[in-house]
Design a protein around this ligand. Sequence first.
Ligand SMILES: C[S@@+](CC[C@H](N)C(=O)[O-])C[C@H]1O[C@@H](n2cnc3c(N)ncnc32)[C@H](O)[C@@H]1O
Length: 159
Amino acid sequence: MNISIVTVGKLKEKYLKLGIEEYTKRLSSYSKIEIIEVPDEKAPEILSDAEMLQVKKKEGERILAKVPADAHVIALAIEGKQKSSEELADTIDKLGTYGKSKVTFIIGGSLGLSDEVLKRADDKLSFSKMTFPHQLMRLILVEQVYRAFRINRGEPYHK
Ligand SMILES: C[S@@+](CC[C@H](N)C(=O)[O-])C[C@H]1O[C@@H](n2cnc3c(N)ncnc32)[C@H](O)[C@@H]1O
């Protein structure tokens, strides 16, 4: 399987970089994994609703340009469907079984994802009703995808 994670903005924090490197290294024994960063749209702190929509739209265009046409797209969205780790593992397993070799996860920028990106998504995945910073979300996602492969292989992993 080819997994890609399309995210907005550069990862700045060293502690997150180290964690993400560790899990992507572990994941690479199970799947190809690529993290694609698209530039965030520079904007002032205070924005009108119309300006916010415009920022999300521009970032969304950059995201969609990196999504292969034949990929199964899972957008991370607070209002999406919550799953257990076992359910996410099952989703990934079924995608493999049904011949979906490309799976793209999308993490939005600080304002979230545009409607266009949400429309392109085949699934919307929520990690809880809480809002996580997008850079931290990247670390949580790679750990959960790694966990999913371990579950699917029946390999032990600390609970
Ligand atoms: C800082 S959040 C954006 C917050 C924005 N107000 C919204 O409602 O989407 C940045 C990105 O991280 C991801 N994210 C943050 N918390 C999440 C959660 N609980 N579940 C799924 N994705 C989450 C989403 O992809 C989101 O677009």
